[in-house]
Design a protein around this ligand. Structure first.
Ligand code: HEM
Length: 209
């Protein structure tokens, strides 16, 4: 009979609860694009004067040559910085960063990461990140801050000599810039793999629910 409590529950329209609000989603995808442009063009810039005994294959670099790559790098840099500021300011004022990314507990992060590697980590609650995710997201935000600061230190070593000096000089700042890129690139590979292994998390980051 249609009047029973059970059948009413069955017929009630599914409630869509927002998992990621629009500002998080827009900032996330702008950031993903800006990072890809910055890494691809950064590799081309690196190839013009390699720090180590290798260069990046031309097919995975962006810009074609040094001057082209610099244009891409600086254009994406301003987008990355402006977008990052919006994400951080909104994240702090709306409480998003505190609610979703904190606390970071290393013991829990390691055990969740171990469980994820054994395929035993449950991704039951789409509204909260597990400890390994929280640690990785906070770490990548810090790597983002470091890559911007070291980038300015090697871009304007005369005007911002205090900054370059704070990183131990131009060569050290350049190394730190490279290693922040490497950390973000490793995060990117792990993060995108996880996103495709848990497709409903990817759908939520695209449409919000
Ligand atoms: C095409 C590449 C990317 C894909 C497919 C992707 C996918 C996702 C997905 C599905 C989530 C939600 C995870 C969940 O609900 O369990 C997420 C969150 C997040 N991603 Fe990505 N992502 C990409 C690139 C990046 C990049 C390049 C960064 C930073 C360097 C990044 C940083 C983050 C952060 C910090 C969060 C947490 C956002 C928040 O709740 O405030 N992502 N990503």
């Amino acid at each position: 009979m249609s009047g029973t409590a059970d059948s009413e529950t069955e017929m009630a329209p599914a409630v869509r609860r927002t998992i990621h609000g629009p500002y998080v989603r827009i900032a996330h995808w702008i950031n993903a694009l800006a990072i890809m442009v910055m890494i691809g063009s950064g590799w081309e810039i690196y190839n013009a004067s390699p720090l180590f005994d290798f260069v990046f294959p031309k097919s995975i670099t962006l810009g074609g040559w040094l001057a082209g790559a610099l244009l891409w790098h600086f254009a994406a840099m301003w987008i990355f910085i402006a977008n990052g500021l919006v994400y951080i300011v909104f994240g702090l004022t709306a409480g998003h960063l505190r609610r979703r990314l904190l606390p970071v507990r290393f013991g829990e992060a390691l055990s969740d990461a171990g469980a994820a590697l054994r395929g035993k980590l449950r991704h039951g609650d789409p509204f909260s990140y597990n400890a390994a995710q929280r640690a990785l997201y906070v770490a990548v935000l810090l790597a983002g801050l470091l890559i911007v600061a070291t980038g300015f230190a090697i871009w304007k070593p005369v005007q911002l000599q205090w900054l370059t000096a704070a990183f131990g000089g131009y060569e050290n700042a350049r190394l730190l810039h490279f290693f922040s890129m490497a950390a973000i690139a490793v995060f990117f590979i792990v993060h995108v793999t996880m996103a495709f292994l848990v497709p409903r998390s990817l759908r939520a980051m695209i449409r919000g629910y």
